[in-house]
Design a protein around this ligand. Structure first.
Ligand code: GUN
Length: 623
């Protein structure tokens, strides 16, 4: 199972000293000042750490020790260790005395698990030409040292210039590990909305199979945003930096040690030390204990974020977080202005929270509105059904049903402040939504004006439109509209003679049958799951390669028997596939092997080599 939401994912990355489950944070270990033991680190949830090879190399005693015994002995940590290269020091202090090849070789010699090239730090205030030169020089430096026998981190640079970040992401994707660099000054000055742009431009143009690391992004306030946008790993020096300033870290921010009465219950210091005792303690003890507390705050946030991904409520969490600081709110709005729709799943396990008209920027609603535009573009008369006229929930009231079935009009129902196709009343997120009830008349009026700009025959529902003869069946229209939305199709998959079986308890559609054969079932999210028979009908209907995942012949044989499709056997696919949606598994010439649901979007599928690409429901051998 691929746990994901938006661009967030639960992942696993293997290194010579063990696997790293992401998202996670690598605490920065200063080789000169290493005061937390590996047991203390691991007790908090630390899997991997990052240290600096430049600091080690520059200090004769550390250099000798590291060359003789390895970096793991030097800092006394037996899990994965990433080393940085001195780029950041050269940004802060000016030129450093080592070259790229030299510092990379040194990292290899001391046994680092993840080796960082000497990239060129691009500052936010760099000119376009400066940043461009840095991007190409950084790429050249990667080429100079990139070998398949080591894990090489190739930082994506490009300052605040979107096209340079995109170009850098493409160039650096040859590396096995992708940090996003040059962002520390932005994080320090709360420029989160610039960061959102940088992360999106970098992520969407990089190789999705590689871990993405936000260099220096160690404050928990911005973790959830970053993870939703595809960051897998963070590093943090802030846990020590704050401890040095007597600052106590919480997920929402910091407090001064002198101003708090007690440590929170989750703190490793709770019930062991009071803040007053810590103030009185010697500096070394205080630094150690506060660092431990701060690191725990950081890992609490990671634990929460992982839980949110499993539960599919990370977006909601980001929405909550956006209110923690005005700069985060701006970043949140910036994020909503990007087109991230291709990466969002077909539905979520959690309901959509509707707050106010800003919720219309939610990806699921944008999808719904786009569909509404297509739906009314047929030029037919369109009827707007207000709240009062249709019973919110299920099923639609009898008089509206009669009007629907005796006309061929488009029916839009009022949902929050907008109008959407009535046939989607049970499809995510229409009925899987928790409304605030906060309405916005201006938004509603503007929306109606927009609808009228697409279809000029729009009016509010009036029972007198009802005809005398039944010309269509609502349930049939419903399954066909869901089909149109789900498979971006215009034609109908289902015909009038297909039998619709409903749940006796709820009245909801459950199965659709042709003769004795099931074509599809309707899930709780209101979308369809195809049987292999349904897949065969779809394969005959849709132009190739829409909704197809094309696999090798060898894989096809297994998939025909109902086994899952692995990424490494995927030869090609429809780039428009929505994660979680049903797909057909076929050969290059379009022969159907199986139906199942895609675990990732069509934009991502070609990148991965490990794991399941399509969870197969049924193989063709079952037919
Ligand atoms: N640490 C913080 N930012 C950076 C960066 O851009 N590059 C490297 N190598 N290390 C960093």
């Amino acid at each position: 199972m691929f746990f994901r939401e938006g661009l967030a994912r639960i992942g696993k990355f293997s290194t010579p000293h063990g696997d790293i489950e992401t998202p996670t944070v690598m605490p920065v270990i200063n080789p000169n000042l290493n005061f937390l033991t590996k047991e203390e680190l691991k007790s908090i949830g630390v899997q991997a750490v990052i240290t600096n090879s430049y600091i080690i190399k520059r200090t004769a005693s550390l250099e000798q020790d590291a060359l003789k015994h390895g970096v793991h002995r030097l800092i006394n940590f037996d899990g994965p260790i990433m080393t940085d290269s001195g780029t950041f020091q050269s940004y802060v202090y000016g030129d450093i005395e080592y070259g790229n090849k030299e510092i990379v070789q040194f990292q290899k010699d001391i046994g680092s698990d993840i080796i960082t090239i000497l990239d060129i730090f691009t500052k936010p205030q760099d000119s376009y030409e400066q940043a461009k030169a840095a991007v190409y020089e950084t790429s050249r430096r990667l080429q100079e040292v990139n070998t398949p026998d080591s894990i090489i981190a190739g930082p994506i640079q490009g300052s605040i210039y979107p096209d340079l970040r995109r170009e850098s992401a493409r160039l650096m994707s040859e590396a096995s590990y992708l940090p996003i660099g040059g962002v520390v000054p932005l994080l320090e000055s709360y420029r989160y909305s610039d960061l959102v742009n940088i992360i999106i431009n970098s992520k969407l143009n990089s190789d999705f199979s590689k871990p993405v690391h936000l260099f220096g992004g160690g404050h928990p306030m911005f973790f959830a945003f970053s993870v939703l946008l595809g960051v897998d790993i963070f590093d943090s020096a802030s846990y020590i930096k704050y401890a040095k300033d007597n600052r106590v870290l919480y997920t929402e921010g910091t407090r001064n040690l002198k101003e708090i009465r007690d440590f929170p219950e989750w703190s490793p210091l709770f019930n062991k030390y009071s803040p007053v005792e810590l103030i009185k303690a010697d500096e070394k003890t205080r630094l150690k204990l506060l660092s431990l507390h701060n690191l725990k705050a950081i890992f609490n946030e990671i634990t929460e974020i992982k839980e949110r991904i499993y539960e599919n409520t990370l977006y909601q969490y980001v929405e909550e977080k956006s209110m923690a600081h005005p700069a985060l709110y701006r970043a949140y709005l910036e994020m909503l202005d990007h087109n991230l729709e291709p990466f969002w799943n077909i539905s979520l396990k959690s309901p959509l929270y509707f707050f106010n008209s800003s919720t219309y920027k939610n990806t699921f609603i944008k999808r719904l509105v786009k569909f509404t535009e297509d739906y009314i573009s047929n030029g037919k008369k369109t009827v707007l059904v207000s709240y009062r006229q249709w019973r919110h929930g299920f099923p639609v009231s009898d008089d509206i049903l009669r009007s629907y079935e005796t006309t061929d009009y488009n029916f839009l129902i009022e949902w929050n402040d907008i109008f959407i196709p009535m046939e989607l009343e049970n499809t995510y997120p229409v009925s899987q939504m928790v409304p605030s009830g906060v309405l916005d008349k201006i938004y509603r009026d503007d929306y109606i004006a927009w609808l009228k700009s697409i279809n000029n025959d729009i009016s509010f529902y009036d029972p007198s439109i009802t005809g005398s003869e039944k010309i269509r069946n609502y349930s049939h229209s419903k399954i066909n509209e869901v089909f149109h939305l789900q498979f971006k199709a215009r034609k109908n998959l289902f015909v009038n003679s297909d039998k619709i079986i409903k749940s006796k308890a709820t009245g909801h559609i459950r199965n659709i049958k042709r003769g004795e054969k099931i074509i599809a079932t309707m899930r709780n999210d209101g979308f369809l799951t195809l049987s292999i028979y349904g897949g065969k009908l779809l394969n005959d209907m849709l132009d190739f390669p829409a909704s197809r995942v094309i696999v090798t012949d060898d894989s096809g044989e297994f998939n025909s028997q109902g086994y899952n499709v692995f990424f490494k056997f995927v030869e090609d696919c429809d780039r428009e596939i929505i994660a979680g949606n049903d797909v057909m598994v076929t050969s290059a010439s379009g022969d159907l092997y199986a139906v199942g649901h895609a675990t990732v979007s069509g934009k991502e599928m070609g990148f991965y080599r490990n794991g399941i690409a399509v969870k197969v429901h049924e193989g063709i051998n079952k037919l």
